[in-house]
Write a protein that binds this ligand. Structure first.
Ligand code: NI
Length: 181
């Protein structure tokens, strides 16, 4: 059995590009009469789903704590768009590199600091921030936050994670989709 229900998805991509060619936007000329509201950016769409599939989806999003189907579907769409963007080395991304290492490997600590000073504000790949936690008398956790093109982030992260002395490491990278609430 097929069930129809409605979800709301942001439609601000269209709004972002609608008035690029105009010298004045309608909002600037008639700020009160055509003022854009949040609801203007929302488009309601209908989705057909098999009843069993819908039931499984509802159980899944209930377990995850979603308050509405719309919010869950918006997140799914964003996640899928972000995943697709990660395939483009030129896409803009943000990432966190997690690594555990023994701070007695002094060369590694120096190399990590040196690498972070190389990628400061102004360069195409930036180290935005880093966090250092002393786990025990030997091991440290370092979280390095990067921003830049996906290809560059992957390259630098690989060079960090392959450094001698890194015991555990992981790259967590996202390519946020710019439009939408
Ligand atoms: Ni430490």
């Amino acid at each position: 059995m097929i069930i129809d229900y409605f979800v709301s998805v942001p439609f601000s991509v269209v709004n972002l590009f609608s008035y690029d060619a105009l010298w004045f936007t309608p909002q600037e000329i008639y700020p009160y009469s055509i003022k854009e509201t949040k609801m203007d950016k929302i488009e309601r769409i209908g989705v057909s789903l098999d009843k069993k599939l819908l039931s499984m989806f509802d159980k899944l999003i209930a377990r995850q704590g979603y308050q509405s189907r719309s919010e869950a579907i918006r997140d799914l769409v964003r996640r899928q768009l972000s995943e697709e963007r990660l395939g483009d080395p030129k896409a803009k991304g943000v990432a966190a590199v997690f690594l555990v290492y023994d701070h007695h490997s002094t060369k590694l600590a120096d190399r990590l600091i040196g690498l972070q000073h190389t990628h400061i504000l102004g360069s195409s790949l930036q180290v935005i921030s880093s966090l250092h936690v002393h786990l025990d008398e030997h091991d440290c956790l370092e979280v390095i936050v990067l921003r830049g093109h996906v290809g560059e982030i992957n390259k630098v992260a690989e060079s960090i994670l392959s450094m001698k002395g890194v015991k555990l490491g992981r790259l967590n990278i996202m390519a946020p989709v710019p439009a939408g609430p």
